[in-house]
Design a protein around this ligand. Structure first.
Ligand SMILES: [Zn+2]
Length: 434
């Protein structure tokens, strides 16, 4: 399944890979004739898809999975997440949570993710060691956080972080101002200037809740999009998560500016943030991808669920079963998601010249049988557990469901150790048994 411009699906197809890139895609007879391979990965009876793209997450937050549920965004953030982060987030926490998230994502066929967190340099280190691809944004926020106590410290960190990882084949270092309501105008302008100077993408949250829009109107007489545009913040390196509440005119503006958008249907549903106008975004051909958001608000990092949920949520909300088709949902997790991350020249489809990021997916599980239509089968019936083998930058990182770059048992033991620490830090008198 190429997801190329013609949306070619090649039966009995093969892919030739050299030095991390796809050098040819076509019928197996043709590829066999033209190439001799040192290693052959047999995909008989399976579908080879472009690796899935998780356009928005906070990967170490896997360690807060299930810590506080069934709350609205403000209460969830201010009463639980920010305090838990203040007491627990260290570089070691970030490394353990990242390894957990990476293992979960690779198991589900995700080959690229876009992140925003603290100690992002440690996240980049773990990500590159695991052989995973990431657009990784170091957080800039106007209060003291785990790794940086002031804006000056954060900007110095980002400067070093970006110059260290720039040009790495797997890591795109980025700057991540948390949101227009947690970062001042002056600091947002400095972020934009930094991005202009270094070419680093800007990862941020925009227009997530109605309250954010109402507060912005009250404070500045402008919506978040309007305000960010007015201060010159928006542009074609911005990756905006959520975008639940833009007006129709704002969608046109976002398209014109080339802002990437990441839709997080399950997180938006769980926090009751609202329903993003995704059918309209697709109609206007905006670069909109899919994300899981952090595991604390989802509670997993599974793109298959996001595809399925995106397709169904918008049908229900718009009372129209024709919107967000299975093919469109699959596009959002692959090539359109690559556009949202401004990486569509490199990833998102299986084409000559692109990075060899591939997932081999079973097609004969009970839940996939019988088979009529590939998009329908993948979006509505396939589960993360149906992914068998994952290749990133030409390297096999999971073979036949066995992770080759990460140790699952160690990861789980480390995560359980942090769970006890987190419970104690929040003042619980006893640590509940598993
Ligand atoms: Zn987020």
């Amino acid at each position: 399944m190429t997801m190329d411009g013609a949306r070619r699906v090649i039966e009995n197809g093969a892919i030739a890979v050299r030095d991390g890139r796809v050098v040819a895609v076509g019928p197996v007879s043709e590829i066999d004739r033209s190439y001799a391979a040192r290693e052959i990965v047999n995909a008989t009876g399976k579908v080879v898809i472009p690796g899935l793209i998780n356009g928005h997450t906070h990967v170490p937050m896997t360690l807060f999975r299930g810590l506080a549920d069934d709350l609205d965004l403000q209460e969830w953030l201010t009463k639980y997440i920010f305090p838990a982060e203040a007491k627990n987030v260290t570089e070691e926490f970030v490394r353990v949570g990242t390894r957990l998230g990476l293992a979960e994502m690779i198991r589900g066929g995700t080959t690229t993710y876009c992140d925003m967190y603290y100690f992002e340099d440690a996240i980049a280190d773990e990500t590159s060691k695991a052989g995973m691809r990431g657009v990784l944004g170091e957080t800039v926020i106007d209060f003291p956080v785990a790794d940086n106590k002031t804006n000056a410290e954060a900007m110095a960190y980002v400067e070093k972080f970006v110059s260290k990882w720039k040009g790495n084949p797997l890591i795109v270092p980025a700057i991540a101002p948390h949101a227009p309501y947690t970062v001042s105008e002056e600091h947002l302008k400095a972020v934009r200037a930094f991005s202009d100077r270094t070419g680093a993408p800007i990862v941020t949250h925009i227009s997530e809740t109605k309250r954010e829009v109402d507060d912005s109107m009250k404070a500045r007489g402008a919506s978040p999009v309007d305000y960010l545009n007015r201060i010159g913040f928006l542009g074609n390196r911005v990756i905006a998560a959520h975008m639940v509440w833009p007006s129709e005119e704002e969608l046109g503006l976002l398209k014109q500016l080339g802002v990437g958008i990441v839709h997080n249907p399950q997180s938006n549903m769980k926090l009751a943030s609202g329903v993003a106008p995704v059918p309209e975004m697709l109609k206007q051909d905006l670069p909109v991808g899919l994300g899981t958001d952090g595991a604390a608000s989802n509670n997993d990092l599974n793109l298959w669920e996001e595809m399925d949920t995106a397709a169904k949520l918008h049908k229900l909300f718009s009372k129209d079963p024709k919107v967000v088709s299975a093919e469109e949902a699959f596009e959002m997790a692959t090539i359109r998601g690559a556009r949202a991350l401004h990486l569509d020249k490199e990833i998102g489809s299986i084409e000559k010249g692109k990075r060899a990021d591939l997932a081999l997916v079973d097609l004969d599980a009970l839940n996939q049988t019988p088979f009529y239509n590939i998009y329908s089968d993948l979006v509505y019936a396939t589960k993360g557990a149906d992914v068998r083998t994952v290749i990133i930058e030409g390297r096999v990182v999971m073979r036949d469901r066995r992770l080759l770059t990460l140790n699952e048992e160690t990861i789980k033991a480390d995560a359980r150790r942090f769970r006890e620490q987190i419970i104690r830090s929040l003042g619980a008198k006893t640590v509940p048994e598993d």
